[in-house]
Design a protein around this ligand. Structure first.
Ligand SMILES: [Ca+2]
Length: 484
């Protein structure tokens, strides 16, 4: 039952007492359980190698690197999709995009943007994350958490599905858009209330000043929220619009990177400056937690919603980028700092995915599981505690759509499974599976499908079973398509 959407008529005092009483009845009385705060930092389009602690020698991220030194760095963390909205819906619900029927960025119909005739008619997908989903914010709010969504939302088209309707007390700058029109106030740029984007509004981010930079503004709001809620548990979903296009950064930072030796892999000064602003944001949040004495009781999670943009950055040795189901499109940075529990400077090589955050946060805060809700997620707490052994499981992706013209070489309808070191990409257009062994071939160069028919068959069967169980939507054959 979802209590969150009911209008509250309970007097304030009773509400204040309800949580401690409930925790007591549940046998949860440890100070940690009552006070553990969560800061979830989600970066948009940040690629796997786009951080110092993930190998970049051009981008500078001292604060994120410090976070990694204080926590656990995952080498094989995945976004549930290679584009924004599906991954975000997955984080918020604990379900795979295929199960949610939110399989593509909202509101793009990718196929409509491709001029060539296509063999498949892509599946439709939901343009609003249903209110019936009990989001992680609703779960935490119900447990007494102050909740805030700062920055990009992008799991809906209509304003009735904005963060304030999905369990967040506060929505700062979240709307139906996947990117700001401009990173400088008033942030509208070319998107401003055009007929194609009718409900684009930045009225959730008012009172800016000329010259104000969006990443900084969101950080101001984030640290203010932390200060305001210092004496009660809080969940801060800090979802930066950066480092998505348009490429815009502060002049002084761009100048700094223009004066620095580029690497073959990373060389865009503006992009580097955008990343540094994100890094400064992480630093400011950590500092505010320190100042308020909250560091020891606050979990910080840092991750991205898909790979980086192929025209801007590179993910080598990984193949592909945002918009692709090769590793570069879906493998993302993930750092978890959990003071007193996660051993500082540790590394985890177990594959994990976006739906895992929901049950992980419930387990961290010692709240009851919601097995009907986070059906595709697994709590990462045993991994974070380095409790052996880890029960192996397979990860799944499903994409019955076309990326569209924005990402040349991008995904076409497919399903994907990773089982151990094996990864199979099954095209839904034609019978041409791709099988890779990521241990020997991280760059997905050698398709082993023909050479290993048994393994290919096994993984295809698993994919089919999973698709049926998850009741995913499938693309349909295009009767007008002529293969010649
Ligand atoms: Ca994205």
């Amino acid at each position: 039952m979802n209590l969150v959407n009911r209008p509250s008529m309970t007097p304030f005092l009773i509400r204040r007492l309800a949580l401690p009483c409930l925790l007591f009845l549940l046998g949860i009385t440890s100070p940690l359980a009552e006070r553990l705060n969560i800061v979830f930092i989600l970066i948009d389009d940040l690629g796997w190698t786009d951080l110092g602690c993930y190998g970049s020698r051009y981008y500078e991220t001292p604060n994120v690197d410090r976070l990694a030194k204080q926590g656990m760095r995952f080498t094989d963390a995945y976004a549930a999709s290679c584009v924004c909205s599906p991954t975000r819906a997955s984080i918020l619900t604990g379900k795979y995009p295929g199960r949610l029927h939110i399989t593509h960025a909202i509101p793009i119909q990718g196929a409509a943007r491709i001029k060539e005739p296509l063999p498949m008619i892509e599946a439709t997908y939901k343009k609003n994350l249903p209110l019936e989903e009990v989001t992680i914010a609703e779960s935490l709010k119900e447990a007494g958490y102050a909740t805030a969504s700062m920055g990009k939302w992008h799991v809906c088209w209509d304003s009735a599905f904005y963060p304030e309707h999905q369990g967040f007390d506060l929505n700062v700058g979240g709307n139906n858009m996947g990117n700001p029109g401009n990173y400088f106030y008033p942030y509208n740029g070319r998107w401003r209330m055009t007929p194609r984007h009718p409900v684009t509004r930045w009225n959730t981010l008012p009172d800016g000043e000329p010259g104000e930079y969006l990443t900084d503004r969101l950080t101001d709001e984030a640290v203010a929220f932390i200060k305001k809620n210092k004496s009660r548990p809080f969940f801060l979903y800090l979802s930066h619009y950066a480092v998505h296009t348009p490429l815009q950064a502060k002049k002084e930072l761009i100048a700094k990177y223009k004066g620095k030796s580029q690497t073959e892999q990373h060389h865009n000064a503006t992009y580097a400056a955008m990343i540094e602003s994100v890094d400064q944001s992480v630093g400011r949040v950590m500092k505010r937690l320190d100042t308020l004495g909250l560091t020891e009781q606050t979990v910080i999670i840092f991750t991205s919603d898909n790979g980086g943009h192929g025209r801007i950055t590179s993910h080598l040795p990984l193949r592909g980028n945002k918009g692709s189901f090769y590793e570069g499109g879906i493998r993302v940075p993930l750092i978890v700092k959990w003071p007193g529990i996660v051993k500082p400077g540790t590394e985890c090589r177990v594959p994990v995915t976006s739906p895992d955050f929901y049950p992980t946060l419930l387990a961290m805060t010692r709240l009851q599981k919601r097995p009907q809700q986070h059906v595709d997620g697994v709590s990462l707490v045993p991994l974070l505690k380095q409790e052996a052994p880890h029960k192996p499981r397979s990860l799944y992706w499903h994409y019955p759509n076309y990326i569209g013209a924005n990402h040349p070489g991008g995904a076409r309808p497919c399903s994907v499974i990773r089982k151990g070191n094996w990864k199979l990409i099954e095209s839904l257009e034609e019978n041409r599976p791709e099988l890779y062994n990521l241990k020997d071939d991280l760059g997905e160069k050698e398709n082993l499908a023909t050479r290993m028919p048994n393994k290919t068959r096994e993984l295809r069967r698993m994919l089919e079973r999973w698709r049926n169980e998850a009741e995913v939507q499938m693309p349909e054959r295009n009767p007008d398509f002529d293969p010649k």
